[in-house]
Design a protein around this ligand. Structure first.
Ligand SMILES: [Zn+2]
Length: 217
């Protein structure tokens, strides 16, 4: 709720740029389909918090919570899919190919951050730099997500960054895509918060709310 003005601003911004018209038109009779991608899994645990909580488990819980929220809104214009619902490891190419094969409208990979410095904290969103229409939409979605989640959780925003990550590069001309780093498992406070069920629920609610706003653009 805190970020509602921001989404309205984003909608206006997208309209002014003429970026959401095509998407809105093609979504009149269909849902805005988002493929969620909880990072890592199986033998790849990702980063680990100071108390031993593994990134692969946190991001899977976030996604499963988002799928639970979806069940409460069956008539929503948002439809969430996921690359994995269990503790399994998928190759990066398989994740991006799922987005292409399922012809989704948006791909969002979800991770937790880690740094050598214990002072690093906050949320950041990565996207792949591309001058294509898909690339521009990715950047706008990324800005909305990082600002919205920062306000929703009251955690610092580290902004939008460009990265040559395979899952993003694979989709640069086909599917708007971002990689969200929820917070730092290496930070003494954020790392503990990220492992708490109430924080995971809060993150899931924030992400669901923002994607639901995007589904209405
Ligand atoms: Zn990760």
């Amino acid at each position: 709720m805190k970020a509602i003005n921001q989404y309205l601003n984003l909608a206006v911004f997208l309209s002014v740029l003429g970026l959401c018209n095509g998407y809105s038109q093609q979504l009149i009779d269909q849902k805005f389909v988002v493929l969620l991608d909880p990072g890592h899994g199986g033998s790849d645990s990702g980063a680990c918090s100071l108390t031993g909580t593994m990134e692969k488990d946190i991001v899977l819980q976030v996604v499963n919570q988002m799928l639970n929220i979806q069940r409460d809104y069956p008539s929503s214009s948002l439809e969430l899919l996921t690359t994995r619902q269990e503790d399994t490891l998928l190759k990066l190419g398989v994740r991006s190919q799922m987005a292409i094969d399922q012809n989704v409208d948006f791909f969002m990979s979800i991770h937790c951050n880690y740094a050598a410095s214990k002072n690093a904290q906050g949320i950041e969103v990565f996207t792949y730099w591309s001058p294509s229409k898909v690339g521009k939409i990715s950047i706008l979605y990324a800005f909305g997500l990082v600002q919205g989640m920062s306000r929703h959780l009251d955690w610092p925003s580290r902004g939008v960054k460009f990265a040559n990550f395979k899952v993003l590069r694979d989709l640069d001309k086909t599917v708007p895509s971002v990689l969200v780093e929820l917070g730092f498992l290496s930070h003494p406070e954020e790392g503990i918060l990220l492992a708490k069920p109430e924080t995971i629920r809060d993150i899931a609610q924030g992400l669901y709310y923002m994607l639901n706003q995007y589904s209405k653009l």
